[in-house]
Design a protein around this ligand. Structure first.
Ligand code: NAD
Length: 484
């Protein structure tokens, strides 16, 4: 791994404190950082590097996965950090930053390998990228890389515009777009699960799979984020990025363990095979919901419209269920169902693969075989098979074989992703083609919502979403599995 500088824009922000410093610190403990590296944190308020290091220490005490109990290791980590003030719009600030980066490179004898992490609001993405270029910070004799977080655009047009701007300063191969779902261990496991298990590989197609269900449900409501969320909704916040990425990961067919380029190509193939939604199909295939007042764990909670900051009469979607078709050799005629919502009964991200019933006409139960991949909060896999019940006249009944990852020592998504970016492996990042094709898929839905041509179903907080979402699967003879 190359020695390098890690420049963190938004170094005083919430994401930096909760995720990025803890990730860097845990990687440092695991000896997964380069031998020599320098972290330059940027914020808007004047403070000394020494004071800032103490703030980072506090964040680590609160948010690190591992307890911070070795003062020497902590100190060694903190000593890699320098803090300086930068206003994203001030070109002079980038020149000062460049001097600091260069002086640390000389001090530590680090080549000009520079990672720029933009943990700032999206309106700064292009400004910062262009200023990195114009100030000469990006003209290095080593490599340069850019890490950005969602949201990547607000619709197809703005995403394309943003990409054009970024590409003036960074080549596509230098851009690492974080989708933290791709950093989750069980999502990273999907390609291995399929490609290294002959029994699954053999069944992984429309010959044996009846349908695939991807759910990401939250119990929380909009919380303090109405300003952002009311302009975004579940479709932009979850479907366009995270859920379509999970769909790509579960449905791409790799001949073996793929490298970043192969994965990128296979994911793109999936998106190119997604059947586009025609205007008249949208209301039939997309269920839009918004939570009404209800009960969460026995306590009453308000509906979306009564949450602080939500504009009166908002038609924003807090729930989406949709049916998709991948028209390719492997998946034609297999419906994929995606569902996400706030204020749902259960917090869970999971994939359910329902197998077909090849034993029709014999002594079978109604229970199909299921493969369930639990992504969050419990990482695990279970398989539903059928067996005889010796106590009940040998009637067939389902049994579930469980595997649970002991989550204690498992690296967090941000650790996996930063580690990969530092060593230049873009397998588990969202590449531009995927992002653009995802927006292309979602854009007609955004337009239909804008025109209000899709019904907005209310669902009580604490439920599994609107009944229309159950109906969507019932039309095809299926149901959402594992709803309690
Ligand atoms: P935040 O408001 O806590 O922090 C914003 C940071 O940007 C601060 O360090 C601030 O100093 C800096 N900043 C603001 N204006 C600036 C300017 N003019 N010049 C330079 N720096 C400026 O926000 P956050 O929660 O840390 O989120 C950062 C980004 O990450 C956002 O785009 C957000 O959508 C995204 N994100 C956040 C989370 C999360 O869990 N917080 C998760 C996923 C994505």
């Amino acid at each position: 791994m190359d020695n390098m500088t890690f420049v963190l824009f938004g170094g005083t922000g919430d994401l930096a404190k909760r995720k990025i410093y803890p990730a860097l610190y845990n990687l440092f403990i695991d000896k997964k950082m380069p031998e020599a590296f320098s972290i330059i944190a940027l914020g808007r308020r004047e403070q000394s590097s020494a004071d800032f290091q103490q703030n980072v220490a506090k964040s680590l005490q609160t948010f690190s996965r591992r307890t911070v109990n070795d003062p020497a290791v902590l100190e060694a980590f903190l000593q890699t950090i320098r803090y300086t003030v930068l206003d994203a719009n001030q070109v002079e600030d980038y020149h000062k930053l460049r001097s600091l980066v260069e002086s640390r490179e000389q001090e530590l004898n680090i080549p000009q390998n520079r990672m720029f992490y933009l943990s700032v609001a999206p309106e700064f993405f292009d400004v910062i990228a262009l200023n990195i270029k114009d100030s000469g910070l990006g003209s290095t004799s080593g490599w340069k890389r850019l890490i950005i977080e969602k949201p990547f655009g607000h619709d197809l047009q703005s995403a394309r515009h943003l990409n054009e701007q970024l590409s003036k300063a960074f080549d596509e191969s230098e851009v690492y777009r974080i989708d933290h779902y791709l950093g989750k261990p069980m999502v990273q496991n999907l390609e291995i699960l399929e490609s290294s298990n002959p029994i699954l590989k053999a069944l992984w197609s429309n010959h044996h799979i009846a349908n695939v269900q991807i759910t990401a449900s939250e119990t929380v409501g909009v919380e303090e984020r109405a300003g952002y969320y009311d302009n975004s909704g579940a479709i932009r916040d979850m479907v366009q990025n995270h859920l379509l990425q999970v769909l790509m990961m579960v449905s791409m067919r790799l001949p073996g363990r793929g490298d970043a380029n192969e994965v990128r190509m296979k994911k793109k193939n999936v998106m190119q095979s997604l059947r586009p939604l025609q205007k008249e199909d949208i209301a039939k295939n997309v269920i839009r919901g918004q939570y009404a007042a209800g009960q969460m764990q026995g306590k009453p909670v308000p509906g979306y419209l009564d949450e602080p900051g939500v504009p009166a009469g908002s038609k924003n979607d807090t729930f989406i269920a949709t049916r998709l078709w991948i028209d390719n050799y492997f998946w034609s005629d297999v419906p994929f169902y995606i569902r996400t919502g706030k204020r749902m009964k259960e917090k869970s991200t999971r994939i359910v693969i329902e197998f077909k019933e090849p034993l029709k006409g014999q002594n079978t139960t109604n229970d199909p075989n299921l493969l369930v991949i639990e992504i969050n909060p419990n990482e695990g896999i279970f398989m539903q098979l059928n067996k005889k019940n010796p106590r009940n006249d040998s009637k067939l009944e389902p049994m579930r074989i469980h595997f649970h990852e002991n989550g204690k020592d498992v690296p967090e998504a941000y650790e996996n992703l930063i580690f990969d970016a530092v060593r230049g492996d873009s397998t588990f990042f969202a590449h531009w083609d995927e992002v653009e094709l995802s927006w292309q898929y979602v854009q007609p839905i955004l337009d239909a919502f804008e025109e209000d041509s899709v019904p907005l179903h209310q669902y009580p907080a604490g439920s599994n979403g609107p009944e229309a979402s159950d109906q969507l699967l019932a039309e095809d003879g299926f149901k959402w599995w594992l709803d309690t």
